[in-house]
Design a protein around this ligand. Sequence first.
Ligand code: NAD
Length: 258
Amino acid sequence: MTTNAIITGSTSGIGLGLAHALAGEGMNVTLNGLESPDEAEPIRAEIESTYGVQARYSDANMLEPEQIAAMVQETEKAVGSVDVLINNAGIQHVAPIEEFPGKKWEAIIGINLSSAFYATQAAIPGMRQRGWGRIINMGSAHSLVASPDKSAYVAAKHGLTGLTKTVALETAQDGITVNTICPGYVKTPLVEGQIPDTAKARGISEEEVVRDVILDAQPTKEFVETEQIGALAVFLCSNAAASITGAALPMDGGWTAQ
Ligand code: NAD
């Protein structure tokens, strides 16, 4: 039986890396992002042709509970099941608490936390029925520790670990595991875009920005690779990982060891 996965926020960065990793293991994948189906078509087609799996695309907006539930239900209808759910979609905004726009707070909590609740709620009944499921929530080192000026992001990412633990307990006897992966900095387009601007603003080289600014908290001074996160997700989906549930697994180059 083929395993069917949904990865939210998978047209870019970590989510796209996860889609490659799971498809590389022969899983059918439903991709998701804000792009229109036409815009996402090259990404969908590449995954399908590279790995010979079925790749679908949903443009469900992770701020809309009904669209999230419909994405899960449509996937179940189209391919028969949702066995793996990776709640990965996320956004960031950086500002001191007094200046943090309420709308940004709402959007970050909505996309980074509430969407995981709605997708999980929609996927659990089918997983329970089949007696097998894997839910992976994309946390962050910020699920475990804080940084200034990231109130909404840190609150959402800490919230994800709470959701993970609770659903893990509720599904512990149903063959379902629920875990949070907590990466440190990953060089996605989102992070890459900040390097030249920071170098210019601070009058330092791009190498210095990476080492002394971005990777300041990351003892290895190396970015986490999307392939490394993909490999951990693949392991969590295996039967060897059946006893790992309710965990928050750091992959952060030693950040949270400090
Ligand atoms: P990214 O910006 O490269 O990708 C984000 C994805 O989410 C895109 O596919 C985008 O279309 C999608 N998305 C955004 N808003 C959406 C919405 N409303 N509905 C549906 N899809 C939406 O970001 P990334 O760096 O790959 O981050 C992915 C996840 O990993 C996030 O949850 C982020 O918090 C987490 N994370 C990132 C890092 C890092 O250093 N990049 C570190 C730790 C955790």
